[in-house]
Design a protein around this ligand. Structure first.
Ligand code: DLL
Length: 433
C-alpha cells in the first residue's frame, strides 16, 4: 500500500517546486536562527536569497561532523529549548555523542516518513512488530516505534538483548515483523538454530533492517534462516534518524522521502555532485525540520542514485544499498578493501558460517589482514587436511575479488562475537615488528 500517494507519486516538476520552496525557507531560517550558518554565509559573501534553485545548493559549504563537535552540545539547534520536545544523540564510536533536537512538528514529520517506509515493505495494521533495536539515545527504536503505531501495528518494544526471550516473545505473541540491525537478526536466527527452534514455530514474515549495512549475500542468508522478506531502511541521527529512505517490497533501491530531504551524491574530493548512477558520498539537507536542520551534511556513506523507475509505482528517486563508508575502507598493502567485499565472498561460501571478524595487523612498515571465520562443521577443526583445504579455498576466493592475500583463521563455532546492535567486525592491532 502507498501510504501517502500525493507525495510518493508526485510528478517531478511538482516535487522540484516543493523542494525548492522548502530549501529556501530552510536556508533563510538557518541564517536567521543559527549563528554558525550566518557566519559561514557571511564569510563567503553568500546571502540566503542567492539560493534560488536546487542547483544553487552546491554554493553552500558542506557541514561536517567536526562542525557538530565544535558546536557541542546544542549551538546548532534552531529553536529555543522550550520548543524542543525530544533529544537524541548519534552513536559515535569516539568522543562525545552529538545531540539532536526535535520539535513536536519534527516528531510528526518523522512518524510520517516512517509510516511510508513501513507501508512500503508491505506492513499493515494487521501486523505485530517486535522492535529489537536498543531503546535510548539511539534513534532507531523510537523512530520506528512511532511510525509503526501510526500505521496501526501492534508494537512490542522489547529492545535489544536477551535473545532467548526475544524468540519466546516472537513465538508466544506471534510477531510478524522484526525491527533490528541485520547483525542482530542473524544472531537471533543463529540462536534459534542452536536451540533447535525451527522457523515454522514463529510467524515472522517481514524484517525491516537498518542502522548498518549488509551485503545482498547476508540479506539472503537472513531471509532464508528466518523465512522472511528483508527490506532495508536508511538514515542518520544528525539529520533525523531512520526515515531518510527505505526499500519497498521490490527491493530495488531505497525510496527517498524527497519532500523532507534533498539527497546529493558528491565526489568526496571536490564536493561537487556526480551524475545520477555514479557512486559517491551521500550529502543530505533536511528541508522540513525545525529543531535542527543541517545544510549539506556530509554523511561519509557511499551510495548512488539508481536509474529508472520502480515497478511499485512510486516516483521518488532511489538510492542504492550503501557500499560502505568512506572511513571504513581498509588499505591493505596499498590495496583498497571494503569490509563489505569480504562479507560478500565469505557468505557465499559453503562450509563456513555467516559470522566473521577482520583483524588488521599494523606492523611498523607493512600491514596485513587476518580473516576469522567459523566452520559450520566443528569436526573440521581436528582434521588437519580438511582445515588446510578450507583455508586455501577461502584465501583463493578472497584473492580473486580483492587482489590481496589474507591470513585465514578458522575458529570454533559460536566463538566469534555476536552483536545485538551495530556490528563492529574490524579491529586494529599494533604488532611488534
Ligand atoms: O543508525 C539511524 C537508523 C536507525 C537508520 C535504524 C535505520 C534504521 P546513527 O546511529 O546516527 O543513525 O548512524 C548513522 O549508520 O551514517 C550509516 O553509516 C549507518 N547506516 C544506517 N542505516 C544504514 C543502512 C542510525 N541501511 C549511520 N545501510 C549512517 C548502511 C546504514 N548503513
Amino acid at each position: 500500500m502507498i501510504w501517502n500517494p500525493k507525495i510518493e507519486q508526485m510528478g517531478r516538476d511538482e516535487m522540484t517546486a516543493l523542494q525548492t520552496a522548502r530549501l529556501r525557507e530552510t536556508v533563510a531560517r538557518q541564517y536567521r536562527n543559527v549563528p554558525f550558518y550566518k557566519e559561514r554565509f557571511d564569510a563567503i559573501g553568500l546571502a540566503p536569497e542567492d539560493i534560488r534553485s536546487l542547483d544553487d545548493l552546491k554554493l553552500i559549504p558542506v557541514t561536517t561532523k567536526e562542525d557538530l563537535r565544535n558546536n557541542y552540545p546544542d549551538k546548532l539547534f534552531a529553536v529555543p529549548r522550550r520548543e524542543i520536545v525530544r533529544i537524541h544523540a548519534s552513536t559515535g564510536t569516539t568522543g562525545k555523542p552529538t545531540p539532536v533536537g526535535y520539535t513536536r512538528a519534527d516528531l510528526d514529520m518523522w512518524s510520517e516518513c516512517m509510516a511510508r517506509l513501513i507501508s512500503m515493505a508491505g506492513v499493515t495494521a494487521d501486523d505485530t512488530a517486535q522492535i529489537s533495536f536498543g531503546y535510548g539515545l539511539f534513534t532507531g527504536a523510537l523512530g520506528l516505534h512511532y511510525g509503526l503505531e501510526k500505521v496501526g501495528c501492534s508494537v512490542i518494544p522489547i529492545s535489544a538483548g536477551n535473545t532467548e526471550r526475544q524468540i519466546m516473545m516472537m513465538q508466544d505473541l506471534g510477531s510478524t515483523v522484526l525491527i533490528s540491525t541485520p547483525s542482530y537478526a542473524l544472531y537471533i536466527a543463529d540462536t534459534m538454530e542452536r536451540l533447535g527452534i525451527g522457523k515454522d514455530t514463529i510467524r515472522l514474515r517481514v524484517g525491516l533492517f537498518g542502522g548498518e549495512g549488509s551485503t545482498e549475500e547476508m540479506r539472503a542468508a537472513i531471509e532464508d534462516k528466518l523465512g522472511i522478506l528483508a527490506t532495508e531502511n536508511y538514515g542518520l541521527s544528525e539529520v533525523l534518524g531512520p526515515g531518510v529512505s527505505g526499500e519497498c517490497a521490490c527491493k530495488n533501491g531505497m525510496h527517498i522521502c524527497e519532500d523532507n530531504f534533498i539527497v546529493e551524491i558528491v565526489d568526496p574530493e571536490t564536493m561537487l555532485p556526480v551524475p545520477d548512477g555514479e557512486w559517491g558520498e551521500v550529502v543530505i539537507t533536511p528541508i522540513h525540520r525545525e529543531g535542527m536542520s543541517l545544510l549539506r551534511y556530509r554523511t561519509r556513506d557511499i551510495s548512488r542514485i539508481m536509474p529508472g523507475e520502480c515497478p511499485c509505482g512510486r516516483t521518488s528517486r532511489r538510492m542504492q544499498k550503501l557500499r560502505g563508508r568512506t572511513d571504513d575502507m581498509l588499505i591493505i598493502r596499498g590495496v583498497n578493501v571494503y569490509p563489505s567485499q569480504i562479507e560478500g565472498v565469505l557468505i557465499g561460501m559453503d562450509g563456513i558460517g555467516p559470522h566473521y571478524e577482520l583483524v588488521v595487523h599494523n606492523h611498523r612498515t607493512l600491514n596485513s589482514l587476518e580473516v576469522r571465520v567459523e566452520p559450520t562443521d566443528e569436526t573440521m577443526l581436528v582434521d588437519y587436511g580438511r582445515l588446510i583445504e578450507m583455508q586455501k579455498r577461502i584465501r583463493a576466493n578472497l584473492r580473486t575479488v580483492l587482489n590481496i592475500d589474507a591470513d585465514i583463521k578458522l575458529v570454533e563455532p559460536h566463538s566469534l562475537k555476536r552483536f545485538e546492535g551495530k556490528a563492529r567486525r574490524v579491529t586494529f592491532v599494533n604488532d611488534e615488528d
